[in-house]
Write a protein that binds this ligand. Structure first.
Ligand code: ZN
Length: 219
């Protein structure tokens, strides 16, 4: 029996196509070993199933953000190991994309490393590698975004909808998610490095700084 690449999916309601789609991202991440720990000796793998557990459901926004960050990480971490102690991100305030941004980068709004910018689109992120200053701007290509997703969302938000419209919205979201994993991430997103990027002011009050990384390079 072949090993399932989307492990730990017990009780998750996931579409069958997720098993066989050719470009479903997985992420190898590096963290610290303890709260006041040095870098961990081992990396860990995050799958779409893990993201669904954190976020609560699979949706177009979750997959859009997942593929967007895959495109960004491929540039920032060419060795394939994503250092979650070394990232800041700017996203809009989407429940779905914002959750993926926080989970995959380790950035937090309360520590000023996850900035909320409501002028960004849902499929748009600025990913900043703190140690090198390298910064990547990723944005979904307009032709990739199906207009029916937005139209159906507006219909629900207007309050003038039939019960089946809720189901229809779910269907078009999953259809969009499926579409995103049929080709390499870099083909669905416009990607560019930003020069001399400075992280914007935190969008949360100053509640202190992250400290669990302080000993990651301790001898
Ligand atoms: Zn969602």
């Amino acid at each position: 029996m072949t090993k399932n690449k989307f492990t730990n999916k017990t009780n998750l309601e996931l579409p069958v196509w997720l098993e066989s789609a050719p470009y479903v991202p997985t992420f190898r991440v590096l963290d610290t070993l303890y709260k006041y720990g040095r870098y961990a000796l081992q990396t860990k793998v995050i799958t779409v199933a893990d993201l669904v557990k954190f976020h609560g459901h699979l949706c177009g926004g979750l997959m859009e953000a997942t593929v967007a960050l895959k495109a960004a990480f491929d540039l920032l971490f060419p060795d394939g190991i994503i250092d979650r102690t070394d990232l800041a991100i700017v996203s809009n305030n989407s429940t779905c994309g914002g959750d993926v941004a926080a989970y995959l980068t380790g950035a937090r709004t309360r520590f000023g490393s996850h900035i909320i910018d409501t002028t960004l689109d849902g499929g748009e992120f600025i990913v900043h590698k703190v140690s090198s200053g390298e910064t990547v701007h990723v944005q979904i290509k307009p032709e990739m975004y199906p207009s029916e997703v937005k139209a159906q969302m507006h219909k629900l938000l207007s309050g003038e909808y039939m019960p089946q419209d809720i189901d229809r919205f779910g269907e078009v979201q999953w259809s969009y998610a499926k579409r995103l994993v049929q080709k390499p991430a870099s083909e669905s997103f416009s990607i560019q490095f930003l020069n001399d990027f400075e992280l914007p002011e935190p969008t949360c009050d100053d509640l202190g700084k992250r400290s669990d990384n302080d000993y990651k390079n301790a001898p």
